[in-house]
Design a protein around this ligand. Structure first.
Ligand code: FUL
Length: 448
């Protein structure tokens, strides 16, 4: 008999394993889960402001000022991809109302510009570049519109806005995120529910962010999440999965390109700090690099981002705990399926879990020899909900256990930094959890 056959016969006749933990509701939608995996996206603010050295246009700008000389969104997407970004959000219309696509509902658009004799469509080029190169494409369509005359009549404006949404969501292929900015809208009534329903019907996989129900604004424009990040939030009186996205411009204060602002470009070290305090705290990072008047991402900004990404990828290239011996104080049903080995196997789909009711536990990795490191990474298995509330990381150095980190939430990813240690063992104690902990990954790294 073939061994392969024998093996499959044995496996298929094994008793069914211990049941997985019951999901801790609410849990993320498949689209939110996929978004957590993306971690980082590129925000691109581009429009009439780019050519006028301004941040907020008032809607009186002439479409003719929009004259990119070398527009090439493929370059934007290449940069994003090379720097670990998995999506791009583009300003199809900012507060000035100027549409970067030839909307049929207004004349305030690229169709009225002498640029490419009114035949240009920036949204199309950005969407195509994203789709070609495998980046998720997202749109920013400012609800606040300072040009559109119907804006003063909310119900008429709602129709106008929905028409523009429909254009963007039906003519440019898959749209993965719709970014609904709340700026400038205080006191105005929008048919938000109607907008959401339209997005759901036309692009059921699109995440509706900020004023929408799928992704929340982190609450500042510095790219920083608080140290403790809870995905479950109260919205309309109901607990829902509502993870934060940190949006931040690479040039301090400037979402759009301005001349003579190179001195405001954040340094690679500052960008790294942002990375640790957004992605490293379980939030998403949406970093803005504004295309310049050529229609390209400026070289200086790209250099800073690339250097930040080089440091991140060098740091996290080698997981010193990978496939090292690991033990746990409790394994669900003593079933191999939930073994602690799953934490260091580099397989994102397997996880370690404890028995129901066991909300404190320890895992310990044996590195074999004293090993230098200064970073750890923890990841929860989010399909079963966010569970862990407090944990401690200790290292075994010169024969003694020493605490290096006392943390709270983990979520999709928690990166912790501490000064160099030289330890032969490292352990993580889960001190408090809302239900039995379910972790999918643990990493130990040495940043240069
Ligand atoms: C803000 C806007 O007012 C800024 O211009 C920019 O678009 C930023 C992302 O959101 O609310």
């Amino acid at each position: 008999m073939h061994t392969a056959f024998l093996l499959s016969w044995v496996v298929s006749n094994l008793p069914a394993g211990v049941a997985p933990p019951v999901p801790l509701e609410p849990v993320p939608t498949p689209q939110q889960l996929a978004w957590h995996e993306m971690e980082m996206g590129l925000f691109c603010h581009f429009g009439v402001n780019t050519f006028l050295d301004q941040e907020w246009g008032d809607g009186t700008e002439s479409p003719d000022v929009f004259q990119p000389s070398e527009l090439n969104p493929r370059q934007w997407v290449q940069v994003a991809r090379a720097c670990g970004m998995k999506y791009l959000v583009f300003t199809a219309k900012h507060h000035d109302g100027f549409c970067l696509f030839p909307s049929a509902y207004t004349t305030h658009s690229v169709a009225s510009s002498s640029w490419r004799q009114g035949k240009g469509d920036v949204v199309r080029e950005v969407a195509e570049a994203c789709h070609e190169q495998g980046l998720m494409f997202g749109v920013y369509l400012s609800p606040w519109d300072r040009h559109e005359p119907s804006y003063s009549e909310p119900s008429r404006y709602d129709e106008f806005y929905k028409n523009q949404l429909r254009e963007l969501l039906t003519q440019y292929g898959p749209v993965g995120e719709v970014w609904l900015d709340g700026a400038g809208s205080a006191g105005h009534t929008y048919d938000w529910e109607g907008y959401f329903a339209l997005v759901r019907s036309l692009q059921p996989n699109a995440l509706i962010a900020i004023c929408g129900p799928d992704i929340r604004w982190v609450g500042n424009e510095d790219g920083l999440a608080p140290d403790t990040v809870w995905y479950v939030q109260e919205r309309d009186g109901k607990p829902v999965w509502y993870p934060p996205e940190c949006d931040v411009p690479i040039r301090k204060q400037y979402w759009f390109f301005h001349t003579h602002t190179e001195n405001t470009i954040r340094t690679p070290e500052e960008l790294l700090e942002i990375y640790y305090r957004s992605v490293g705290r379980g939030a998403g990072l949406l970093l803005n690099i504004a295309p310049d008047r050529r229609g390209l991402l400026p070289d200086e900004d790209v250099v800073a981002l690339k250097e930040m990404w080089r440091i991140v990828s060098t740091t996290f290239r080698t997981n010193l705990a990978e496939n090292k011996p690991i033990i746990a104080s409790n394994v669900r049903g003593n079933d191999l399926q939930y073994a602690a080995e799953n934490l260091v196997d580099s397989n994102a789909n397997t996880y370690w879990a404890t028995d129901d009711g066991v909300t404190t536990a320890v895992i310990e990795v044996d590195l074999g020899v004293p090993t230098r490191f200064n970073r750890t990474m923890l990841q929860e298995h989010l399909p079963l909900g966010q569970r862990i509330e407090a944990y401690v990381v200790e290292v075994h150095e010169n024969g003694n256990w020493k605490t290096v980190i006392e943390g709270t939430s983990i979520g999709h990813k928690r990166l912790d930094r501490f000064s160099d240690v030289s330890a032969d063992k490292v352990r993580v104690t889960i001190r408090k959890a809302k239900a039995c902990p379910v972790l999918r990954g643990f990493g130990v790294y040495c940043a240069p």
